[in-house]
Design a protein around this ligand. Structure first.
Ligand SMILES: [Zn+2]
Length: 258
């Protein structure tokens, strides 16, 4: 792997417009569990519970799902991969960091990131639009996870806006919603301008976000894919690392900026 790391580092160093694109695999080494590993109805069908319909029809399942994830994301810390990308960006080696993640770990590591799927760091009121830190949504009393497992969980007043009483929602893109327009435009423009494009921890299964590396390829960009599973663009990548994100990024950082 060392020879390939040297090649990628050299290509990255000479790139004029390097763009990064990260997904869930970026955060697994921060101890963020895949949400499908939790219990509950949404283990079987997250696509139908991460929706506005579910918020209205099954508020208990909906709110528990997000409370469970919010509690864990605030307990997680950025890993050496997040730190490597922040350091590379500070040194001028990243034009744009695009992420599919909603955990805010890039920002907490010091990176600016375009969040294609919104963020779980904040929630907002469905009625008046007031915004809150997402920890607002966490029940004050302990034991709510046990209550859920015992079938006696109900969403409490923490799920309502303290200004108007309207329901709160996470500021993430739910299934059936479109991507935030400004974020998408920024990501598309940078991807189309990229001459070097690195996919990190994404299986490129979710559209339209997964078009970004294709925009870059159409511009003639050299593509690097760092992901534990295969992706449909592996054949078009110049370098594929079937590996954990943090280790590869830390090794590249070492070779590019020391
Ligand atoms: Zn409100």
């Amino acid at each position: 792997m060392t020879g390939r790391l040297e090649e990628v580092a050299a290509a990255w160093r000479s790139a004029k417009y390097p763009v990064m694109f990260t997904g869930a695999g970026m955060s697994t080494e921060s101890g963020l569990p895949d949400f499908r590993s939790a219990r509950g109805l949404w283990k079987q069908r997250p696509e139908s519970l991460a929706t506005m319909t579910a918020l209205r029809r099954e508020p208990g399942e909906f709110y528990f799902f997000y409370q469970w994830r919010i509690a864990r994301l605030w307990a997680a810390v950025p890993n050496t991969g997040h730190e490597a990308l922040a350091a590379l960006a500070a040194a001028g080696f990243v034009k744009l960091l695009i992420t599919q993640n909603v955990d805010g770990l890039h920002q907490r590591a010091g990176s600016d990131a375009v969040e294609l799927h919104g963020t779980l760091r904040t929630v907002s009121c469905l009625e008046c639009g007031a915004g809150y830190d997402s920890r607002t949504l966490l029940p004050a009393a302990a034991g709510w996870e046990d209550d859920y497992r015992a079938g006696r969980y109900l969403p409490g007043k923490e799920c309502a806006c303290s200004a108007c009483g309207g329901g709160l929602r996470p500021d993430v893109v739910l299934f059936g919603e479109s991507l935030p327009a400004a974020a998408w435009e920024t990501a598309e423009r940078a991807s189309r301008a990229a001459d070097f494009f690195v996919v990190v921890g994404s299986s490129l299964a979710v559209g339209p976000a997964n078009l970004c590396p294709e925009f870059a390829l159409a511009n003639g960009a050299r593509l690097v894919i760092i992901n534990q599973e295969a992706t449909h663009l592996d054949d078009r990548a110049e370098w594929v690392f079937r590996d954990r994100a943090a280790g590869v990024l830390a090794a590249l950082r070492e070779r590019i900026i020391g």
